[in-house]
Design a protein around this ligand. Structure first.
Ligand code: C2E
Ligand code: MG
Ligand code: MG
Ligand code: MG
Length: 278
């Protein structure tokens, strides 16, 4: 009986795996097709100065619209793109789109506007990453000092020596670095100090819990303090209501991003949104 259970258990397991892999492969093909048929797009979410409420930049976020008009979340398809390697091409395309958009926005009169682009660890580890970045900046004429790359905290913890060197090389191009979803990983102060990083993005989870209790705001407070001590810029992500914004402002958080200020929108919508916030 134990044997039977084992076998059925095994069968059940492998059948599940089969479905999982098939699903993943299907999604891989669908994603490549969508990319080729230009059904992927980039949307932009404004980042604002918490005290003046003026826009200072925007984060580029990838979108996948399926043929039936529904949206697939990047949380679902970015891992597939990483797994299949498509992220190399896709990531370069997003960066170039964002750089072109930056040039357009600046020509509309927003001279210091910044654009932030998420970078996957698969891209980051690719030997041609630095060249890809330099070429994208060169071809699009984007001012490097207005381009920011977002890496996750877990990426910032890997292979210290290689990472320190790469971040230095990126910084030398003029491009700045933000650590995304900050507070969810385990970076130590001493490690952080060695990295050429310009900005910490407080993860949405800590912004959400900020109004829960006085203890709820302690992680956000710690990150803001850390930013002050290390002279790093700090931005809170996922700010959804005025209570959160008020506490963040009180804690001295200079920048914010979230539905309270604006949702991610396409380039055209961003232009008119910026027009009303000039
Ligand atoms: P992320 O980089 O942390 O981006 C922030 C996410 O929070 C975005 O989700 C954004 O739409 C969402 N968000 C912003 N404000 C609020 C808010 O007030 N409330 C709530 N509930 N959510 C808010 P999105 O666009 O679905 O992206 C999810 C993740 O997918 C991103 O998290 C990022 O890790 C990844 N991603 C998106 N675009 C790209 C890309 O071009 N390349 C790479 N490598 N990853 C990307
Ligand atoms: Mg991000
Ligand atoms: Mg984030
Ligand atoms: Mg996040």
């Amino acid at each position: 009986r134990a044997k039977l259970q084992q076998r059925t258990g095994h069968l059940y397991f492998s059948r599940n795996m089969g479905i999982d892999i098939r699903e993943r492969v299907n999604m891989m093909h669908a994603l490549r097709t969508a990319f080729e048929e230009r059904r992927l797009s980039v949307v932009y979410q404004p980042q604002i100065d918490m005290t003046t409420r003026q826009p200072v930049g925007a984060e580029a976020l990838l979108r996948w619209m399926t043929e039936d008009g529904s949206m697939i979340s990047p949380n679902r398809f970015i891992p597939i793109a990483e797994y299949s390697g498509l992220i190399i091409e896709l990531g370069e395309w997003v960066l170039r789109q964002a750089c072109q958009e930056l040039v357009r926005i600046q020509s509309l009169g927003f001279a210091d506007f910044m654009i932030s682009v998420n970078v996957s660890q698969v891209q980051f580890r690719h030997p041609h990453f630095l060249n890809m970045l330099r070429n994208a900046l060169h071809d699009t004429n984007a001012p490097a000092h207005c381009v920011e790359l977002e890496i996750t905290e877990s990426m910032a913890m890997e292979e210290p020596d290689a990472l320190i060197k790469l971040l230095d090389q990126i910084t030398a191009t003029g491009v700045s670095i933000a650590i995304d979803d900050f507070g969810t990983g385990f970076s130590s102060l001493s490690h952080l100090q060695k990295l050429s990083v310009d900005r910490l993005k407080i993860d949405r989870a800590f912004v959400t819990e900020i109004t829960d209790s006085s203890r709820g705001s302690s992680i956000a407070e710690m990150i803001i303090q850390l930013g002050r001590n290390l002279e790093l810029d700090v931005i809170a992500e996922g700010v959804e209501d005025e209570r959160q914004a008020a506490i963040l402002t009180e804690l001295g958080c200079p920048l914010g991003q979230g539905y309270l200020f604006a949702k991610p929108m396409n380039a055209e919508a961003l232009h008119s949104w910026l027009g009303t916030h000039k």
